[in-house]
Design a protein around this ligand. Sequence first.
Ligand code: ZN
Length: 305
Amino acid sequence: MHDFEVTVLGCGSATPSLLRNPSAQLLNAAGHFFLIDCGEGTQIQLRKNNIKIQRISHVFISHLHGDHYLGLLGLLQTMHLLGRKTKLTLVCPPELKDIIDLQNKHSQTTIVYEIEYIFTNPKQAEKVWEDDKIEVSTFPLRHRINTTGFLFKEKPHLKNIDKEKFKEFKISVSEINKLRLGLDALDERGNTVANAAITLPTHPQRSYAYCSDTNYYENVIEHVKEVDLLYHEATFLNDEGERAKKTFHSTAEQAATIASKAHAKQLLLGHFSARYGSTDGFITEAQPIFANTLVAQEGTTYKII
Ligand SMILES: [Zn+2]
């Protein structure tokens, strides 16, 4: 089974503080290094956590509030100065390209590596990227400006053949591919051999959802149904419920409600307002609604199981 784990690099909202960095996470999905959001200070956080900057193949930006992308221009420049050779893919709102182009124009910089853009659509869910192991899609969130969430999902694993049972059946080698894909096969006499009779059970497809800035938005539920790990912002506690509403953010209770209604397996809260020194209150508020809740801690890696 391949790696599937997320390291939180920043879990604070609005401004960098001595306590927390702005949003950024590094998702290792089957050997791909995906950076999700890139607040100020992300480069330093990557270094502190011994993550090789040039191994990042994709950056996913949820929206263009500064605390989610202001670290990106610096990161792109560092990749340039270090002589990056491989393509970098940015999955982001279209306006981010204007910002990057303007920066490069006025600094008279020609980036030495290729940047590929895949633009997100804030109006509807869309698949934005896939390979043979992982599929990534976006879905709309409800915030002050266009914002998308991201869903990272493993593709069905190829099945392994039970070698002992394989000996019992007379099956040609060409039929093995069918079995590995989960289909039934034919034996040499043309009889059907049920897939389950000859293959080993596979691990279920794991998934991770990232819901950055949003207010309480039930449309999210269908997109994150039964997700293994749901990251959902909880900028405030209920005592600031009105403020949450006004600023299009969520409370811990609202995030837990989304996790519960979506039947997520685990909830990870983040994007905490600097007014909260301790995150204990977030657990106290969320757990009665959704027991399997964690609060994000910078430098901690969460396995998706
Ligand atoms: Zn925002």
